[in-house]
Design a protein around this ligand. Structure first.
Ligand code: NAD
Length: 445
């Protein structure tokens, strides 16, 4: 394999798909050596096959607003690779959704799901519909329209979508209701379901919990722990919430949390009722963190800024892609940050990653560090298949052990002669090998 040559061909085939091309290049560069040392991969055309989705479904979703007007949104499902299990990956409802973004997320999902050790392939989907500012009834009508088209192409052994940005418990409920009606069956067709109708405990907070478990393992390689450390987290969604809870439980102090409007700094720590208040702010659908500083006057609000300019020991970017750039990384390094663990998908830009890696910080890439969410989705699928519900302790113990295994796999393939671990390389190689070997076993299809 020659990465530059392959990338040139891909750029010609998919011009302008920036995020997708960026994600493919990162994986190919990590696996280049091991790929070329194993000629069976080249012989089976693994790379040429793995970089293209099995199929992409595109459909429109017409829906009627409360004002009686007809709206039309575009929707997609990218079924990327199912060599090791049913396609699995979230649905994102956000105005920024486009095919390049979903192809990037679906591609990443193949390797992330492989790392979890559970039998799940990679997929992703969504729509440019924006639930923000819509009434519950409008969101319901949109979700019903979305599922009326998608249901034909998914199934508990075929493709099992989950939530992502803009798709939380409410949306999963509306989607599941319509699927159940159309398919006339109660199966584990979506994950992130409500506790009373097939959902797993801990799923909402699993990604954040898992991210902190992963960071804990990284810290342990340097004989460090969360105890007494300061933490900055971006976003105040599902992932950030879980991360804030778990980091606090492990003895750290979360001092900064952000939203699209800026960030709040609270030297006393954001814990207990303060985290509950963040949840309230989120539920308000206004997407702002500013009111926190009015409610808790010891805190300070920094309008339009990112939390990465604060002095913290640990940074957990948990909001959105490309939200931590080179300058942010340089500030974190300058201020003595020792660990950056990605709760979001691709929150650090390639230039930021270069700075972080050059300075040998502990760096957990999203593919490994935020795999706890999909791992717990996999646990939800297992429970649905068995028609059983595990307890909070059982799910949390399994999640913890999966995150430790992912960390171990990254170390196995990412440790160099000096003992330094390149977690990006480790995660890419470990995730790739399992899928590539399955593809070889199953022939050219
Ligand atoms: P969410 O919609 O619940 O939360 C996203 C949060 O980010 C919101 O609070 C929003 O206000 C905030 N935000 C948006 N733009 C921002 C910006 N520019 N600066 C600061 N904050 C901003 O979504 P989520 O489920 O928490 O997902 C967050 C990220 O984690 C996404 O990249 C998603 O793909 C990834 N992820 C989520 C899961 C999961 O289980 N939910 C699993 C793996 C990865």
């Amino acid at each position: 394999m020659n990465v530059d040559k392959l990338m040139l061909q891909l750029e010609q085939k998919h011009p302008g798909e920036v995020e997708y091309l960026q994600a493919v290049r990162e994986v190919l560069e990590s696996i280049e050596d091991i790929y070329n040392q194993n000629p069976q991969f080249e012989a089976a055309g693994i790379v040429e096959r793995i970089v293209e989705p099995d199929r992409i479904l595109t459909f429109k979703v017409p829906w009627v607003g409360d004002d009686g007007k007809v709206n039309v949104n575009l929707a997609y499902r990218v079924q990327f690779n199912n060599a090791i299990g049913p396609y699995k990956g979230g649905l994102r409802f956000h105005p920024s959704v486009n095919l390049s973004g979903l192809k990037f997320l679906g591609f990443e999902q193949i390797f992330k799901n492989s790392l979890t050790t559970l039998p799940m392939g990679g997929g992703k989907g969504g729509s440019d519909f924006d639930p923000k500012g819509k009434s519950d009834a409008e969101v319901m009508r949109f979700c019903q329209g979305f599922m009326m088209e998608l249901w034909k192409f998914i199934g508990p052994e075929t493709d099992v979508p989950a939530g992502d940005i803009g798709v939380g418990g409410r949306e999963i409920g509306f989607l599941y209701g319509m699927y159940r009606k159309l398919a006339r069956e109660n199966t584990g067709i979506l994950t992130g379901k409500g506790g009373n109708w097939g959902g797993s405990v801990i799923r909402p907070e699993a990604t954040g919990f898992g991210n902190v478990y992963f960071a804990k393992e990284m810290l342990a390689t340097k004989s460090e722990t969360f105890e007494g450390k300061t933490v900055a987290i971006s976003g105040f969604g599902n992932v950030s919430w879980g991360a804030a809870l778990k980091a606090t439980e492990l003895g750290a102090k979360v001092v900064a949390i952000s939203g699209p409007d800026g960030y709040i700094y609270d030297a006393d720590g954001i814990a207990g009722e303060k985290i509950d208040y963040m949840l309230e702010l989120r539920a308000s659908n206004n997407d702002v963190v500013a009111p926190y500083a009015e409610k808790f006057p010891n805190a300070k609000f920094f309008a339009g800024q990112k939390p990465w300019n604060q002095k913290v020991d640990i940074a957990l970017p948990c909001a959105i892609q490309n939200e931590l750039n080179k300058e942010d990384a340089e500030l974190l390094v300058k201020n003595g940050c020792i660990c950056i663990s990605e709760g979001a998908n691709m929150p650090c830009t390639p230039e930021a990653i270069e700075v972080i890696q050059d300075n040998k910080l502990l760096y957990g890439p999203g593919k490994a560090a935020n795999a706890g969410g999909v791992a717990t989705s996999g646990l939800e699928m297992s429970q649905n298949s068995m028609k059983l519900n595990w307890s909070r302790e059982e799910v949390d113990t399994k999640l913890h052990s999966i995150m430790c295994n992912i960390h171990e796999a990254c170390v196995a393939y990412g440790k160099d002669a000096t003992g330094h671990v390149d977690y990006v390389k480790g995660a890419n190689i470990a995730g790739f090998l399992k899928v590539a070997n399955a593809m070889i076993d199953q022939g050219v299809i």
